[in-house]
Design a protein around this ligand. Sequence first.
Ligand code: ATP
Length: 240
Amino acid sequence: MLEVKNLVKTFGDVRAVDNISFSTGQGEIFGMLGSNGAGKTTTMKIFACLLRPTGGTALVNNLDVTKSPLEVKRIIGYLPEMPSLFEKLTGKEFMAMMGTLRGMENESLERRVDQYTKVLEFDDFLDLEIGTYSKGMRQRIAFAASVLHEPPILILDEPTSGLDPRYAKIVKGWIKDYAASGKTVLMSTHVTEIADDLCHQVAVIHKGKIVGMDAPENLKKELGVANLEDVFVTLVEGRT
Ligand code: ATP
């Protein structure tokens, strides 16, 4: 379960997150759809215990991120918007390092690395240094490293960024199955079709505020438009 109540984060004069509240439960995919600079990454960083809120609360399975950061970090997987990887490690070494940091046993670590190597097709580059990878290869390895320990809560900042349509489809299918197995997923995307296809609930965020939140079908019905792109444009246009 993920929940924010009246969450505020300021950076100097900038109100990056301006009093937002939402919650999402087991088996759900919650999508944050927003303009550039809307506060999506900031909200996710608060859940990942990388930033402290200025006001309000953020709970992960009822644990307050400011009071129990170690416990929270143990139960989440976090894919950052721009993952920093170790350029001199191979993909296999990087995943082994991440799994070890997560306290995984060798046997299950190897099994999961094999599993993700098959699903995301790493065979050709798993033993090459990450510094030689293309954007999409880096994203696939970063994605696998963030989910390797199969956490109950996943926080994915633009999970399909840089992926070609085929890998984007594989990752989308994986996220759907993961949530269907009872896990909680919070994700951000700029791609309205992805939010429409995957998310049970979507929050449209603009300048730090939630300007619309509901199931994609309900948002479309309420606004009388055919797709989520028009929901987004209708809700955001004209707001200063
Ligand atoms: P995008 O879709 O462009 O990735 P976003 O919704 O993820 O945007 P954030 O990265 O959360 O947006 O940024 C929200 C606001 O907070 C922006 O105005 C940004 O400039 C500001 N901001 C974010 N991090 C910092 C920081 N460390 N110091 C100062 N300002 C920051």
